[in-house]
Design a protein. Structure first.
Lengths: 114, 240
């Protein structure tokens, strides 16, 4: 099971357990603190970027463009994240327009990787 | 009623032109997608001229020969549309979409060829085929064939939309496919099924609006991206 599926399953478990608002907020705050402290792994960052792009160009396009960008910048790691974001922005803007390319740039560069 | 039809189509292409120009501006200069939307804008502009010409013609009750000069605008608009679609598909192919056709796609391509046959065979039933100007009759023959080419290109766009798996862009492509195929179906019904005038009229009025919906949905990609960028920028400012 990949990270994305695990997260979706966890989310549905929360909903089923009918957590109180306070509990949900506490859990979210804990997650955000963990992310601030440790940063994201490249896979988590890619999943976030994929979720960002899905409403615009679809899940299939988001995934295949990220695979192409990763191949173009010689593999994905925390060290070459900026190069990856630049490649992804270029590819996305080629078919979704400059505004979508800028969005990828802004969102990608705002992420802190571990 | 014919005049109203022309007016509805004219308005649709005015809206389409406005969207095409906006989308074109969203693509940087050397991009193929910019070329694609430029040609789609040119096609919309020529369609505006064509429907304005026809509207004036119907209102002034022009004779057939004078009316048949519209074939020049029809052929030019179809050429611009075809070239725009080729550029659009090429821009997607450059990033790896639409490269793998399925067996079903070849079936649909065959269906489009089958749809185009009655249009060519029964083209003498179309208005301008009876024009005394030989060049206009030739252009009318050419436009019947040219209408099938964008419909065939629509299959490539359909494959791309399937590969994209959802999203606003895929919806835009599906509307474009509906626009391109419905025009061919319309002409096929007009030539092959004599009693289908009501369906043909309604589909003929609706078709250009499908193109408007396609362009509007593509423009929504830009608007949504700008909105999300603003939210991220606002969030980053708040955090700092």
């Amino acid at each position: 099971m990949n990270w994305d599926q695990a997260l979706a399953q966890e989310g549905s478990r929360w909903r089923e357990a009918a957590l109180r608002q306070v509990d949900t907020e506490r859990l979210l705050q804990g997650t955000m603190r963990r992310l601030e402290r440790d940063g994201l792994t490249p896979t988590e960052a890619m999943a976030l970027m994929s979720h960002l792009l899905e409403p615009l160009c679809g899940k299939g396009a988001a995934e295949s463009t990220m695979t192409a960008a990763s191949r173009r910048c010689g593999g994905l790691s925390a060290r070459n994240w900026r190069t990856f974001v630049a490649c992804l922005s270029e590819l996305i803007s080629s078919f979704c327009g400059a505004a979508a390319g800028r969005l990828v740039d802004q969102a990608g560069l705002s992420l802190e990787l571990a | 009623m014919v005049e109203w039809g022309e007016f509805i189509k004219l308005m649709a292409y005015v809206a389409a032109l406005a969207y095409c120009c906006r989308i074109r501006a969203d693509h940087p200069r050397p991009a193929r997608m910019r070329q694609a939307w430029t040609w789609l804008a040119v096609s919309s502009g020529l369609s505006i001229l064509r429907h304005a010409y026809e509207l004036v013609g119907y209102l002034a009750d022009w004779e057939l020969d004078r009316m048949s000069w519209r074939q020049i605008l029809i052929v030019l608009a179809l050429l611009a549309l075809t070239w725009g679609l080729v550029e659009l598909a090429a821009a997607f192919r450059a990033v790896g979409f639409g490269l793998h056709w399925r067996r079903l796609d070849w079936f649909w391509l065959a269906a489009i060829v089958v749809l185009a046959v009655p249009v060519v065979v029964h083209r003498h039933q179309l208005g301008d085929a009876n024009s005394t100007i030989a060049a206009m009759r030739s252009l009318q023959f050419l436009s019947s064939i040219l209408l099938a080419v964008p419909a065939a290109l629509a299959l490539g766009l359909h494959r791309i939309s399937v590969e994209m798996t959802g999203g606003k862009w895929a919806t835009a492509l599906q509307w474009m496919v509906a626009f391109l195929v419905s025009r061919l179906v319309c002409l096929c019904l007009l030539t092959a099924v004599p009693d289908s005038w009501l369906v043909v009229t309604l589909l003929g009025w609706a078709a250009p609006w499908m193109f408007v919906l396609a362009a509007a949905e593509r423009w929504n990609v830009t608007r949504a991206a700008e909105k999300m960028s603003d939210q991220i920028f606002a969030g980053a400012n708040k955090a700092s």
